[in-house]
Design a protein around this ligand. Sequence first.
Ligand code: COS
Length: 382
Amino acid sequence: MDYFLSEEQQMIVDIARQITDERIIPNRAELDEKHEFPREILNDMAKADLFGVPIPEEYGGFGGGCFDIVLTVEQFGRGCIGVGTAFAANFLGVYPIILAGSKEMKEKYLPDVAAGKKFGAFGLTEANAGSDASGIKTTAVLDGDEWVLNGTKQWITNGGEAQIYSVVAITDRSRGPRGASIFVVEEGDPGFSCGPKEKKMGIRASSTTELIFKDCRIPKDRLVGRQGTGFITVMKTLDLSRPGIAALGVGLAQGALDQAAAYAKQRQQFGKPIIGFQAVQHMLADMAIGIESARSLVYSSAKHIQAHPKDMSKVSAMCKAYATDVAMKVTTDAVQVMGGYGYMCEYPVEKMMRDAKILQIYEGTNQIQRNVIGQEINKEYS
Ligand code: COS
């Protein structure tokens, strides 16, 4: 379907597509098998200036919006959402600085992020604070000119690989969500370490670790925005980032359909290619309908967010939940179309199906997305 992309948008898609075809697809099976972080591929993305896509122009970026990042990430998702997650989670780590950081903080970090020299991660989740984002226990206490952080973050994407961590900590427990603040913690800060890499069902190319703060001391000016505004910035960060997760889902589902359709054309049973059987055709047709409707919703949501940054929550949650549910269904059906071959590791669809599951879980489960949508509908009709 033609989405009438501008010349610049088409250029982003073409560059991201080339990296996906030449660098991600040929290496994805090995990265998955070895649980290997795709450092070299990320360097290629940096050389192609793709880390600058959502960074404002005055800080060395391309000044793109949510739609531009969605187009980029969709391509990477078609190749491997482990690699795509490493790329996208970098921005999740950097959005708090873009949304709420001071000019000095932006000048310090954003040019290096745009150049791909520094990489971001977002430290929100804890052992007992996942869906309940306001339940975090990590604390930050001001001691002279330094903040002292204590606590442990769990399942942090890009842990151990990033240089810049946006970490959410409680600065005033009595104020509930209004008592959380965000801090930039840098790799090498005293008292900060990362746990070992987690072993995961899928997206094994991406790194997932704990972030451990033991009397971690950071300068006073690493507070992002004003004290106590952390929860709101977290919510806005997630609103801005979730369409990227949705786009990973669209790309992944497209990659799975490409595999299933190509297989169905060459696989012969009962004397003809299985694509000639209506049962298979209907499965492929449903996959195509799901993908195109998800893509349309993700693109229009991203454009809406770009145009109406104060009205992100509902469309962001809708496209995240819908596109990632589609990705789970399509990858599962791709394995079904390919039968026994689909289940074997030598074909990519088993990995795609394993990978798809995380999309329905991270950056807010799809149940939480439906809560967000439901709350917004409740407000609209009150
Ligand atoms: N943008 C701006 N402000 C928001 C917001 C948003 N999207 N969502 C909530 N807020 C504000 C509310 O307006 C409220 O402000 P006031 O204190 O002025 O009333 C405050 O934040 C608290 O909101 P609420 O009471 O709705 O918070 P809850 O603790 O009930 O949490 C959900 C709501 C479930 C939406 C939130 O916890 C959430 O998104 N959870 C999922 C987190 C997640 O994605 N975890 C995975 C992280 S992987 S990186």
